[in-house]
Design a protein around this ligand. Structure first.
Ligand code: PLP
Length: 443
C-alpha cells in the first residue's frame, strides 16, 4: 500500500522507472509518449545526456550553498544567460524552486516596489478569470480558476478578476479581432478606474493561458493595449510565463510575439525542463533601482533559492535549446501538429476549437459545435480522455469544463521540443482514438 498522499487518492498510478527522448517507461515495460511534457515541463524530453552530465559535474563540485552566504557559478551564469535573452527592460533575476514560488515572489516584489518608492497605498491586484498562477495562497488568490479556489477562499487575499482574452468563448459573432482586443483590454481600464488607480499595484496575466483554459493566446494587440493601460495608470504588468515561456510557443518568451515587455515576468517549467525543480522572476531595471536606492533588501527568501544543481540543470537545458536550434523545431513541429489535429478533428462533431502557439496546443471538446455547449462537467470527459490515452500509451494534460460555458473540457498538448514528425503523427492517432472512446463512454 502506498504511503504517499497522491492527489487522486483512489487512483492507482503506473510506476515510472525510466525515460528516454519523448517517452516514459513503467515497471511493466510499457512506453508512454509524453505528449504533454508532464505539465508542459519536459522540453528536452527524458534522459538528455548533456543535461545529466552537467548535473553530475555540479553534484561533484558543489551541490548546495545558502544564498545568504554565497553566490555560485551556475547561478551567476544562468542569470547572465537569462538577461541576455530577456525581453527589453528586464535586467535582473530572482531564482526560486518552481512556478508558484515565482508568482509569490513577483507579488511581494511588486508590493515592496511601491513601498520603496513611497506609494504604500498601492495594494490591489487585478488578474483574470480562467487563469492559473499556482497553488500557494498568494498565487491561488491571483488565479481565476474557481474549482481550485472555492474551499480556500476564506484564506485568500482579495484579488479583482476581469474576463480573459479568450476568443473562442468571449469574442462576439461578427466582432473583429481589433474590436475584441479593445473590448477585452477596456475591462482592465474599467477595473483600475473602479478601484481607484492609486490603489492598484499590478495586473497579472499569463501571456498564453495554460492549465485552466488550455493554450489560449491573446488576440493581436490585446497585450499592447494592456501595456499602454498599465503605463497610463502606473500599474505594474506581471506576465506569468511559467507554462507558456522558455521556448514552448516557438520564441523564448511568448510575449516577444506580442511585442510587449512586462515589468516583472515569472518563468519555471521549461527553464529546467524537469531535470530540477526551478523557477525564476525576471524584473525590470526600475524595480531593481527602487530596491537598490531604498532599503537595499528584498524582504523574501527560501532555503533553496538559486540552488546550484537547479541552476546547472537549467543552464544545460538552455544550452541545448540554443545549440540545437530547437526553437525552429518547435515552430516546425507545432505547425505540423496543428495541421494533423485539423485533419483528424477539423470535422469532428465534438471538437469546438484547436488553438495554441508553437508546441503548446489544446483541443476543446463540446457537446454541440454550433452552440459551443459544453459536456456536463459531472461526466468528467477530460478525465476519461486521460484514462483512454494512458491505456494507449499517451500522456496528455486534461482540464474539465464548466457548466456556464466559460470553457469546455479540453486536452493540452505540450510535447518536448526534440519531437519529430512520426512521433507527432503517433500522438494525433492515439489522441483521436482516445477522444472517440471517451465520448462513446459519455453518450
Ligand atoms: N503559473 C502558471 C501559468 C502555471 O501554469 C503554473 C503551473 O501549472 C504555475 C504558475 C505554478 O507552477 P508550479 O506548479 O511549478 O508551482
Amino acid at each position: 500500500m502506498t504511503r504517499i498522499l497522491h492527489r487522486q487518492i483512489h487512483n492507482s498510478y503506473p510506476l515510472a522507472v525510466g525515460g528516454k527522448g519523448v517517452e516514459i517507461f513503467d515497471a511493466d515495460g510499457r512506453a508512454y509518449i509524453d505528449a504533454s511534457g508532464g505539465a508542459a515541463v519536459s522540453c528536452l524530453g527524458h534522459g538528455h545526456p548533456y543535461v545529466t552530465a552537467a548535473l553530475h559535474a555540479q553534484a561533484d563540485r558543489l551541490a548546495y550553498a545558502h544564498t545568504s552566504f554565497f553566490t555560485t557559478e551556475p547561478a551567476e551564469a544562468l542569470a547572465d544567460r537569462l538577461i541576455e535573452d530577456a525581453p527589453s527592460g528586464l535586467s535582473h533575476v530572482y531564482f526560486v524552486s518552481g512556478g508558484s514560488e515565482a508568482v509569490e515572489a513577483a507579488l511581494k516584489m511588486a508590493r515592496q516596489y511601491f513601498v520603496e518608492i513611497g506609494k504604500p497605498e498601492r495594494r490591489n491586484i487585478i488578474a483574470r478569470r480562467q487563469s492559473y498562477h499556482g497553488n500557494t495562497l498568494g498565487a491561488l488568490a491571483t488565479g481565476g480558476n474557481e474549482w481550485r479556489r472555492t474551499q480556500f477562499r476564506p484564506l485568500l487575499v482579495e484579488t479583482h478578476h476581469i474576463d480573459p482574452c479568450f476568443a473562442y468563448r468571449y469574442q462576439q459573432p461578427g466582432e473583429t479581432d481589433q474590436d475584441y482586443a479593445a473590448r477585452a483590454a477596456q475591462a482592465l481600464e474599467d477595473k483600475i478606474l473602479e478601484l481607484g488607480p492609486e490603489s492598484v499595484m499590478a495586473f497579472v496575466a499569463e501571456t498564453v493561458v495554460g492549465a485552466t483554459a488550455g493554450a489560449v493566446p491573446p488576440v493581436a494587440d490585446y497585450l499592447k493595449r494592456v501595456r499602454a493601460i498599465c503605463d497610463r495608470y502606473g500599474v505594474l504588468l506581471i506576465l506569468d510565463e511559467v507554462m507558456c515561456g522558455m521556448g514552448r510557443t516557438g520564441t523564448l518568451h511568448a510575449c516577444e510575439q506580442d511585442g510587449v515587455s512586462p515589468d516583472i515576468m515569472t518563468i519555471a517549467k521549461g527553464l529546467g525542463g524537469g531535470y530540477q525543480p526551478v523557477g525564476a522572476v525576471l524584473l525590470g531595471q526600475h524595480i531593481f533601482d527602487a530596491f537598490a536606492k531604498g532599503t537595499g533588501f528584498f524582504q523574501h527568501g527560501h532555503t533553496y533559492l538559486g540552488h546550484p544543481m537547479a541552476c546547472a540543470a537549467s543552464l544545460a537545458v538552455q544550452d541545448v535549446i540554443r545549440r540545437d536550434g530547437l526553437l525552429d523545431n518547435v515552430k516546425r513541429m507545432g505547425a505540423h501538429l496543428t495541421r494533423r489535429l485539423g485533419e483528424r478533428f477539423g470535422n469532428h462533431p465534438n471538437v469546438g476549437d484547436i488553438r495554441g502557439r508553437g508546441l503548446f496546443i489544446a483541443v476543446e471538446l463540446v457537446e454541440d459545435r454550433s452552440t459551443k455547449a459544453t459536456f456536463d462537467p459531472k461526466e468528467k470527459l477530460h478525465a476519461r480522455i486521460k484514462r483512454e490515452a494512458m491505456a494507449r500509451g499517451l500522456m496528455v494534460y486534461p482540464m474539465g469544463g464548466t457548466i456556464d460555458g466559460a470553457r469546455g473540457d479540453h486536452v493540452l498538448l505540450a510535447p518536448p521540443f526534440i519531437i519529430d514528425a512520426p512521433m507527432v503523427d503517433a500522438i494525433v492517432e492515439r489522441l483521436g482514438d482516445a477522444v472517440d472512446a471517451a465520448i462513446t463512454g459519455v453518450k
